[in-house]
Write a protein that binds this ligand. Structure first.
Ligand SMILES: C[S@@+](CC[C@H](N)C(=O)[O-])C[C@H]1O[C@@H](n2cnc3c(N)ncnc32)[C@H](O)[C@@H]1O
Length: 333
């Protein structure tokens, strides 16, 4: 059990936390110590530097040192505080979902830019894009960060979000509810876009497993699936799992041991899922619809050729702030 120092002032606790995390070579150690102290003190950032002499109760200091210890052992700061900011919104995160990454915000920026051009080309110029008549799907929604950011920016759009992980969908639904978007986003348990297929094989795939649902809930589930059958989208957006299993050992402990494997690995090489996702997107996009994908630092040579010129045009690659190619966007012919 960590020792609680006799000096429980904000300044001293912060200094001790920074020292512990730095000694353990925790990345972003100052930010991590600040976030953990704010979390246990239930305060916001302005308080931290406005009240350096304030003494914190013994139990608060004990909680703080316990969290520092867990952080030193490798648990991500966001799992300890239970939250992460994305697109200016606070998201609940648990070990069932990928912690939203800042670079994924580029996906939202590219989507909004390309949708604005799309609307202009379709003869629907508007002073402000609100997403009227747009149907969007976020594949592999995780915490729901992409779908929820788009719901915030496009108040009139109809938004769907899929994930294979039922546990992730629970977190995404809670995030949508807390942000007031639960009536705007339809969350579906689905392998990629299979839940939207109208053929019997796909319907079977999307249906609950025998014995796990009552007849009543199974039939209501099927009618819900039926209402989504034959939907076609204006925008398909995804940050799919794209790390190669072969890279697993080189990942930081925070990622390797604490984030869900389903959210991380796209196959042995990493880019395998795009080989299924891109042909499905071609089937489920309306003519002129947009596909916007995040991809890994070394996936571009494998992923870009999947966008064949008979189906896709206006293919563009956007770099992130670190100059790494990060977002691939294309239009369905
Ligand atoms: C890299 S995470 C992205 C989560 C979130 N969209 C974000 O950007 O933070 C990938 C997500 O895809 C989900 N996933 C993995 N394989 C899938 C599949 N075949 N169909 C649908 N979702 C899948 C995972 O469960 C995970 O939530």
């Amino acid at each position: 059990m960590a020792q609680v120092s006799t000096d429980r002032s904000v300044r001293s606790l912060l200094r001790q936390g920074i020292e512990q995390l730095r000694a353990a070579e925790v990345p972003w150690f100052t930010l991590a110590a600040e976030l953990l102290l704010l979390h246990v003190a239930n305060q916001d950032r302005t308080w931290l530097y406005a009240h350096p002499e304030e003494m914190l109760p013994c139990e608060t200091a004990e909680k703080y040192f316990a969290l520092l210890h867990r952080r030193v052992l490798g648990e991500p700061t966001q799992h300890l505080t239970g939250k992460q900011e994305f697109w200016g919104l606070e998201f609940e995160v648990t070990p069932d979902v990928l912690i939203p990454r800042p670079e994924t915000e580029h996906l939202i920026e590219v989507a909004l830019d390309r949708l604005a051009v799309h609307e202009l080309q379709a003869g629907r110029p508007t002073a402000k894009l609100i997403g009227e008549n747009l149907t969007i799907v976020d594949i592999g929604t995780g915490s729901g960060c992409i779908a929820i950011a788009l719901a915030k920016e496009l108040p009139a759009a109809t938004i769907y979000a899929t994930d294979v992980s039922r546990a992730a969908l629970e977190v995404a639904r809670r995030n949508a509810t807390h942000r007031g978007f639960s009536n705007r986003i339809h969350f579906l348990e689905s392998n990629l876009l299979e839940a939207f297929r109208s053929n019997p094989v796909a319907a079977q795939h999307a249906a609950p497993q025998p014995g796990t649902h009552s007849t009543k809930s199974a039939s209501s589930h099927e009618s819900r699936i039926a209402s989504h059958k034959s939907l076609r989208f204006d925008l398909i957006i995804s940050n799919p799992p794209y790390i190669g299993r072969q890279e697993g050992d080189s990942l930081p402990i925070e990622v390797r041991e604490h984030e869900p494997a389903t959210a991380l690995y796209g196959g042995q090489e990493g880019y395998e899922l795009y080989g299924h996702l891109i042909p499905q997107a071609a089937q489920f996009l309306k003519p002129g619809g947009l596909l916007i994908l995040e991809f890994g630092h070394n996936s571009l040579p494998a992923v870009k050729p999947l966008l064949d010129s008979s189906t896709w045009h206006k293919i563009a690659v956007t770099k992130d702030l670190a100059g790494i190619p990060r977002v691939l966007s294309a239009q369905r012919i």
